[in-house]
Design a protein around this ligand. Sequence first.
Ligand SMILES: Cc1ncc(COP(=O)(O)O)c(C=O)c1O
Length: 343
Amino acid sequence: MTEHWIDLRSDTVTQPNEAMRAAMAAAPVGDDVYGDDPTVNRLQDTTAELFGFEAGLFAPSGTQSNLIALMLHCARGDEYLVGQDAHTYKYEGGGAAVLGSIQPQPIANQADGSLAIADIAHYIKPDDMHFARSRLLALENTIGGKVLSPAYMEEATSFAHGKGLATHLDGARICNAAVKLGISLKDAARGFDSISVCLSKGLGAPVGSVLLGPREFIERGKRWRKMLGGGMRQAGILAAAGLYALEHNVARLADDHANAARLSAGLARIEGLKVATPQTNIFYVQVPPAAVDGLRDALLAARIRATVGEHTRLVTHINISEQDVDHVIAVFSAFFSDWRATR
Ligand SMILES: Cc1ncc(COP(=O)(O)O)c(C=O)c1O
C-alpha cells in the first residue's frame, strides 16, 4: 500500500511543488484588466515568443481561451469545422453554439485523431444563403494522447487557408506533441492562425491557458475575455506558475511518456486486457465489462484513482513516478489473477 494517492484520471490533477509556489508568492503583480500586471505581461510575451506568435492573452482556462478564439474567428451565423472527439466540440458545454452563436460542423475523427482532408473538403459549405458560413477549421494536438504529424498539420492548415478558412489549434497538450516529435514549439504550432496552450495540464501549473495569435486578434480577444468573466486582476500570482512551468516542465514531459509506455507494457502482459500503446501520456485499456466494478473497487482500495470503465483512460503526469507505475501494474495483476480464478 502506498502512503499517497496515485491519480491516473488526468494530468490536470497535479500539485504545484515548493519551487512553483515560491515563484507564485514572489511574483510582482498589478491589475491585469488595466494591463498593469508585469508577470502576466511577461507570461503572454514569453509564450508568444516560444510558439512564434505576435501576442498572447492569459485566460483562466482552456475552455475559455478556445471559446475566445472561436468567437474571434467566427461571427453569429458562421460555422467551424471540428472533430467529433474534439474537446471544443464535445467537452466544453457547447459554448461555441450557446455563447458564440457559432454552428459547429462536426467531422468524424480518423483512428489517428486527424480529420480526413476529403471530409473537410466535403463539409465546407458553398457561399449560399441557405448555409451557415464556413469560417474556421479547429484541430487538437495531442488528441486523446495521439500526436498529429507536422506533415498532416501542414496539409490540413494549407488546405483550409486555400478554401478561405482560418485555423485554430486546441494545443492543450501541444508541448507533449512537440516533445514526442522532437521538434520546437514553434514548429509544432506552425500553420495555425491561433493556438490555445494550457499550462494546467502536463505542464503542472494550477490554473491557466494562453491564447496566441496576431496582435490585433489578441487585442480584440480582450473584449470577449472580459465578457466571459476572464478579466482577472492581480493574476500575476497565477501567471508566475505558468512561467515556472514553461521554464522547468516542458522537456520532462518525456518522463511522463516513458512512464505511460512502462505502464502500458506492464498491463499488456495481463491476460484479458487489451492495452493501447501510448504515443504520449494518455492511453486506453479495454477492460472486460464484468470486471469493471471490481477493478474500480480494487484500485480505490489500493489508493489508485482512475477513470475505470470498459475503456479505461490512464494518464501519467508530473506526480506519477516509475515506482507508482510499478505499483499500479502489481495491483492490476493481482486483481485480474483473482478475478480469473473466481470465474
Ligand atoms: C484537449 C483539451 N482542450 C481543452 C481543455 C480545457 O481546459 P480547461 O479544463 O482548462 O478548461 C482540456 C481539459 O482537459 C483538454 O483536455
